[in-house]
Design a binder for this molecule. Structure first.
Ligand code: BYC
Length: 333
């Protein structure tokens, strides 16, 4: 605590004492991180660490709930009751992931209303991937296989994030994501093995459209990652953007062979010396265009979220009125 030093001496002296104390706290914080320790909500943390976490966790939460929209587009048109049930369950899981993540962000002292206001005003980011349209049923399978596959690759290391409430939320999320990835692969496998030539073409077309955007999910190249170095230093990020992207490509190239689809990259080739697949250049101009709000569906996605928020106003009001009534009753009892 800042103790009596806060009450005495001129302003400069108090400031100096406070920064000396903060430097000490920061040193202890760094030592704890270096020793692989976890930070809990009530622990002291540097302001920048807190802000970085609020930014990343809230963007992650927004991605989960905006991510419900492209798939929601296919609920009424799923080809069988079994696929419809699976899709509904998956979309419901994404809502749950959003809720765990908003709760984790709230432990850092921000309110859910503030976070959602930032999403609705277009100030907060969400994953670039959800600004692409879902044109056919095969897109739903490809989202499971590639998009959830990329999400798992990125999110498993987050279960070891230094901020414990985020790490705990990620454990549960990753378990569910692995089902999501497998249902997508299974849906595509059925189409490739038992489908008509037109259905197989539909799968290949969806893979062609989603491959490059999936690689962009890992974020810009390490050399351009603004937050990468500091977040790694703090144990928020455990593996860099480029390393995760490479791991994803290595795993997915082999799965594509099993499925019998080709990946739309003529330069994709196993490199024995590196022990990894080489791959072609990513169109980063497209990535920044989409992140900057100019993807095919940015406006539609945001408008859908704002409408859901506005339409739900009466539910929030009713829940608050009910809580107030309960509180008054309890006080009177
Ligand atoms: N899209 O310095 P960098 C899911 C931004 S949910 C948009 O490398 P960082 C799923 C970045 O925010 C998937 N923006 O950043 C859900 C930063 O801008 P700001 C979501 C991106 O944070 C439902 C700037 O670019 N997953 O999969 O060190 C159904 C510079 O980047 C993107 C998560 O959110 C992008 N793809 O690393 C199915 C995981 N990439 O903030 C599936 C948690 C970068 O300075 N997040 N930017 O304005 C992370 O792991 C990290 O935040 C990232 C970026 C690897 C994404």
């Amino acid at each position: 605590m800042y103790t009596q030093a806060m009450d005495v001496g001129p302003k400069e002296e108090r400031k100096a004492l406070r920064s000396a104390e903060e430097a000490q706290l920061e040193q202890r914080f760094d030592e704890r991180i270096d020793a692989g320790g976890l930070i809990e909500a009530k622990d002291w943390m540097p302001d920048h660490y807190r802000k970085t976490l609020v930014r990343q966790i809230s963007q992650h939460a927004h991605s989960e709930i905006v991510g419900m929209l492209p798939e929601g587009n296919w609920v009424t048109r799923a080809p069988t009751l079994k696929r419809k049930t699976i899709l509904l369950a998956k979309i419901q899981d994404e809502a749950g992931h959003g809720l765990y993540l908003y709760s984790a962000a709230e432990t850092l002292g921000v309110s859910r209303d503030e976070l959602l206001a930032a999403l609705h005003s277009g100030k907060a980011k969400y994953s670039s991937i959800f600004n692409y349209p879902t044109l056919t049923w095969a897109d739903v399978g490809v989202i499971g296989w590639l998009v959830d596959g990329a999400a798992i690759m990125n999110q498993v290391p987050l279960t070891r994030c230094s901020y414990a409430p985020y790490a705990r939320a990620m454990v549960r999320i990753c378990r569910e994501e692995s089902f999501h990835q497998r249902q997508g692969f299974d849906a595509l496998n059925v189409m490739m093995r038992e489908g008509t030539p037109a259905q197989r073409d539909m799968v290949q077309d969806a893979v062609n459209r989603w491959w490059w955007p999936s690689l962009m999910m890992f974020g810009p190249p390490d050399a351009e990652s603004v937050h990468g170095t500091q977040s790694t230093r703090w144990g928020i990020k455990r593996i860099s953007n480029d390393d995760l992207r490479q791991k994803f490509i290595d795993a997915t190239a082999q799965q594509a062979d099993v499925l019998g689809v080709s990946l739309p990259d003529p330069l994709l080739k196993w490199n024995e010396a590196r022990g990894h697949y080489d791959f072609g250049p990513i169109d980063w101009a497209e990535f920044w265009r989409v992140v900057g709000g100019h993807g095919a569906c940015n406006q539609e996605r945001l408008a859908a979220r704002v409408k859901a928020w506005d339409d739900g106003a009466w539910v929030r009001e009713a829940a608050l009125a009910h809580a107030r009534k309960q509180h008054t009753k309890e006080q009177a009892a």
